[in-house]
Design a protein around this ligand. Structure first.
Ligand SMILES: [Zn+2]
Length: 155
């Protein structure tokens, strides 16, 4: 038996989880318990769950970066006039046409990347996953707080 291919310990549950992209955040807590115990015992499914969640987060980060990039490009177009001079002198482009073309491209890119981000956030459990990570962080920080601070907070 090869070590690179780990078999799922329960194929029926594994197939259901695969069809959900290993996302169980949308189902009721009672139903979730069975799937959570499967993730705990099945190395294959928990590895795939981690993989899919990191894909979701990567997509969310990339689409946000794209939106920021286009926002930045629009800000540059609006505020940095000297850049224009270079473009117009070097490439001998028509001033108004080029400016409008660049602005439209920037606006189109911004809208497109915002739509893509919205789709990613709706179609994947990235928001709840990131929320969970943040809650986990907060809990760890809370535990590390000195006793004196803790007693202040609980008052
Ligand atoms: Zn499994």
């Amino acid at each position: 038996m090869s070590t690179t291919r780990i078999e799922c310990s329960d194929r029926v549950v594994g197939a259901i989880l695969a069809s959900w992209r290993y996302d169980i955040s949308g189902i009721s807590p009672e139903m979730r318990r069975d799937y959570e115990s499967h993730f705990a015992e099945c190395a294959r499914c928990s590895a795939r769950q981690n993989f899919h969640r990191s894909v979701d987060v990567t997509l969310a980060v990339l689409t946000s970066l794209a939106a920021l990039f286009f926002l930045f490009a629009l800000a540059v177009l609006k505020h940095i006039r000297p850049l224009e001079h270079m473009a117009f002198n070097v490439f001998a482009l028509d001033r108004e046409d080029t400016y409008h073309m660049l602005i439209s491209a920037g606006v189109a890119g911004l809208i497109f990347s915002l739509i893509a981000l919205a789709l990613v956030l709706m179609a994947t459990p990235a928001p709840s996953y990131l929320g969970g990570l943040a809650a986990e962080r907060a809990r760890i920080i809370e535990e590390r707080l000195p006793e004196a601070l803790k007693s202040l907070r609980s008052r």
